[in-house]
Write a protein that binds this ligand. Structure first.
Ligand SMILES: [Fe+2]
Ligand SMILES: [Fe+2]
Length: 199
């Protein structure tokens, strides 16, 4: 569990980032708090994860690749092509090393906030969704209103709906999908198939 000092130090650092990123982070924090209350998640830990989630978002592509190597992170070919996808994994490892953040679930939520992954915790799903529900992303995700409606009912249904829509959009444009997103989506499909009243 992160100490209050760690939380404060991370928040102070984040506030020094570019103003447009700070504004995005503030919107994501608010969105995530609504989800935390709705699903009785630990509000402090959700806030820490959302405050820190984009700490490496503006790190240059070359630096993300260099840090990934320094931290011995596994870099998928998709991430070599699109290093911005490393800002979650690199950010999480940076927070662990530089800010001594040791809350595994919070670190995993940060690591996978862009793509989602198999086995993501409810906290991780809330952070993933809050990031996608930023109204500034409404143009990029025209299906956002339905994600929002689902997110207030069922985190899994909302993550599955988001991933299906996003993956379909990628595939229709011959884009390369991150395997972690596909794995997250497949896991949720399997879960809902086993649940008789799945939507
Ligand atoms: Fe991000
Ligand atoms: Fe974000």
């Amino acid at each position: 569990m992160a100490s209050a000092k760690t939380h404060d130090e991370i928040e102070a650092y984040v506030r020094s980032l570019h103003p447009s990123l700070v504004e995005h982070i503030q919107r994501v924090r608010l969105e995530a708090q609504t989800l935390a209350k709705r699903f009785q998640l630990d509000e402090d830990r959700v806030d820490l994860a959302t405050t820190a989630h984009d700490i490496a978002r503006l790190t240059a592509a070359s630096e993300l690749l260099r840090l990934a190597q320094e931290y011995h992170l596994q870099v998928h070919p998709v991430e070599e092509d699109l290093p911005v996808l490393l800002h979650g994994p690199v950010g999480a490892e940076w927070l662990r090393r530089r800010f001594a953040l040791d809350d595994h679930e919070v670190l995993e939520a940060i690591r996978w906030h862009s793509t989602a992954t198999r086995g993501l915790s409810p906290l991780g799903k809330a952070v993933f969704l809050a990031d996608k529900l930023d109204l500034e992303k409404a143009g990029r995700y025209p299906f956002q209103p339905k994600v929002r409606a689902l997110a207030h009912e069922d985190l899994d249904a909302a993550v599955l709906y988001f991933l299906n829509q996003d993956l379909m959009s990628f595939l229709s444009k011959d884009g390369i999908a991150h395997p972690a997103s596909l794995e997250a989506r497949n896991e949720l499909i399997r879960k809902f198939r086993k649940t008789p009243d799945h939507r």
